[in-house]
Write a protein that binds this ligand. Structure first.
Ligand code: PEP
Length: 252
């Protein structure tokens, strides 16, 4: 069975004290109200990874980074490598988030290198793909998302692709309050899975968790997660409130 995952992407939010408080509240609510249906991941700013990871020891909740460098080490001021992340025992790294693609001009070839670095460090990439509004309106959204997956993942062998988590995040739904309908999400997740099956075979494609992201909230999570190819969510805004994050996780 595929792993069910609810990952929170805190983006560039919270002070250290707020990060500690949010983590403590997530731990307390998860312990009281969840029974391990989903793997929970908190993707914090780099600065807080070590601290949040220490707070999470023994809880079953994991921590993740939101990006990493395509290099291992060296004169790259301000960058953080997969090896450095691995040295903190942080198991997950989000790659290719639409905000990285849009504001930092990250493209498919660069992301392929980052995917390689994350896998080489023994970590799990949460690889994001998704179309902007104009592409959906043109009707070329499936072609674009397939291309994003091909460009950054299709160089991987079968063992490596099985270690990747994919997050489909339509750009028009991120931070806008506009969620894809559960059918729109399912349709794209099925397209991604079929594309993976075409390259790697159905048994491999069936092992890969594909998360949906884009204004997931407590009141729409259950319906989205009920779709057969939606294996959980990547949650932005709602992950900044422990109560909302836990209610979303209950939707699995
Ligand atoms: C995200 O940033 O990955 C995201 C899905 O954001 P939001 O849930 O706020 O739309």
């Amino acid at each position: 069975m595929r792993k069910k995952i609810v990952a929170g992407n805190w983006k560039m939010n919270k002070t250290l004290a707020e990060a500690r408080a949010l983590t403590a509240e997530v731990i307390q609510l998860a312990k009281a109200e969840l029974s391990g249906q989903a793997s929970l991941i908190l993707c914090t700013p780099f600065l807080y990874l070590h601290e949040v990871n220490s707070l999470l020891v023994g809880t079953g909740i994991a921590v993740g980074a939101q990006n990493c460098s395509e290099h291992d080490s060296g004169a790259y001021t301000g960058e953080v490598s997969a090896i450095m992340i691995q040295s903190l025992n942080v198991p997950y790294v989000i790659l290719g988030h639409s905000e990285r693609r849009q504001y930092f001009l990250e493209g498919g070839a660069l992301l392929a290198k980052k995917v390689d670095k994350v896998l080489a460090a023994g970590l799990t990439p949460i690889f994001c793909c998704g179309e902007p509004l104009e592409i959906r309106e043109q009707g070329t959204h499936e072609a674009l998302v397939k291309k994003q997956v091909e460009e950054s993942l299709f160089h991987l062998g079968e063992d490596a692709i099985r270690r990747v988590v994919i997050a489909y995040e339509p750009v028009w739904a991120i931070g806008t309050g506009k969620t894809a309908t559960s059918q729109q999400a399912q349709d794209m997740h099925a397209v991604i899975r079929q594309h993976l099956a075409g390259k790697y075979g159905k048994p491999t494609a069936e092992t890969i968790s594909i998360l949906y992201g884009g204004s997931v909230k407590p009141d729409n999570a259950k319906e989205l997660f009920a779709m057969p190819d939606v294996d959980g969510g990547l949650v932005g805004g709602a992950s900044l409130k422990a109560r909302d994050f836990i209610e979303i996780a209950k939707g699995i």
